[in-house]
Design a protein around this ligand. Structure first.
Ligand code: SF4
Length: 353
């Protein structure tokens, strides 16, 4: 007689891994219950994790790492990085649930990411989805009322498990089916991070990332202001990946509605902007050391003179009577001109985006 095995099949969960502490803990809580966990990290173009981390020279001393990959390594799980930057544009242009404090469409973003994770789970034979959400953690997207909206509108319904606050929510399918034990999940609420820090300590996680505002640049007020300015200048909500990369770099100054300049602040940014020389008209100082500058928009020679005066203001010749600059890639040619550096006055401050 053959002996019947009563070993239950191991359940599989896919965890949304942002690189922050909450998603790391949520995945570990479920792993602890014997579930096979893999991670997904979505690349939107606005991620703080992107390569622009490494641009500024002043940050060079800090060790660079991709926090999502680091989290996966800590958990010992496979991480699937999925590029959604093209489809994501519609969410940024037209969020059904509106923006947060800045141009961050957090609720729509969450719904979309859970929806994509659900599709991935279906395709790959995974049973449920894990997120690191905590009720009351973020004013817009992580409230008790938004939890069912995300579950419903993403289509994940009760296959969406939030291990860090599950005890404050209705039991989900993995709990009802006994794939995970509800009593071993948590009941965190509110903005305090103390329970998370204690849990991290219990699991032995150290040196985890703690992004201040959120997992992407759209929560940053200065960044959002530059994106809003870009849309206003173009007369429509539109961007390409290069546009949103450039918003992370340099001083952005708009002296007139028809054009703006991007002035590098230091060597790392200079090198980064150099990569855009073929696509933009550029200005650099010849007589003195100075920053590389990209000119963006539609402009004529008079506009370029004004731009050059501003560039000279940020060069080693800012106190000189004249500074020589070279303009490249303007209507197919290059030329040199002498300009008087712009004096620091209020107008220049107002032009800063
Ligand atoms: S912070 Fe950015 S990535 Fe995170 S939920 Fe909000 S919009 Fe999405």
């Amino acid at each position: 007689m053959t002996e019947l095995s009563n070993t239950k099949p191991q359940r599989k969960a896919v965890a949304l891994i942002s690189g922050g502490l909450d998603s790391l803990l949520a995945a570990r809580v479920v792993q602890e219950q014997g579930v096979h966990v893999e991670g997904i990290n979505f690349y939107t173009g606005f991620c703080v994790e992107g390569h622009t981390h490494a641009i500024r020279k002043k940050d060079k001393e800090k060790q660079k790492r991709n926090n999502a990959l680091w989290s996966a390594e800590q958990l010992g799980i496979k991480l699937h990085i999925i590029d959604i930057s093209e489809e994501y544009k519609d969410i940024v242009y037209n969020p059904k649930h509106g923006y947060g404090a800045n141009l961050n469409p957090c609720l729509d973003c969450k719904i979309y990411m859970v929806n994509q994770a659900q599709a991935w789970a279906d395709e790959n034979g995974f049973d449920f989805i894990i997120t690191g959400e905590v009720i009351g953690q973020r004013p817009k997207s992580q409230r008790k009322e938004t939890m069912p909206i995300i579950a419903r509108e993403s289509g994940a319904e009760d296959r969406l498990l939030r291990p860090l606050c599950a005890q404050n929510l209705m039991p989900t399918l993995p709990e009802r089916e006994g794939w995970v034990q509800r009593e071993e999940l948590l009941g965190f609420t509110g903005r305090s991070r103390k329970p998370q820090f204690e849990l991290a300590k219990k699991f032995g996680f150290e040196d985890f990332a703690q992004p201040a505002g959120g997992c992407c640049f759209l929560t940053d007020a200065n960044y959002s202001k530059k994106l809003a300015d870009l849309w206003e200048a173009r007369g429509e909500k539109h961007y390409e990946l290069d546009d949103i990369m450039l918003l992370k770099v340099g001083r952005h100054i708009r002296p007139k509605p028809n054009f703006k300049i991007i002035v590098s602040r230091e060597e790392g940014e200079n090198n980064f902007l150099r990569g855009y020389r073929k696509e933009f008209t550029t200005i650099h100082t010849v007589s003195h050391g100075g920053p590389l500058t990209l000119v963006e928009g539609t402009f004529d020679k008079e506009d370029l003179k004004l731009a050059a005066q501003i560039v000279a203001r940020y060069s080693g010749g800012k106190g000189a009577d004249k500074v020589t600059v070279e303009v490249d890639n303007f209507e197919g040619s290059s030329f040199v001109m002498d300009v008087k550096p712009m004096a620091a006055h209020d107008v220049l401050d107002e032009w800063h985006i």
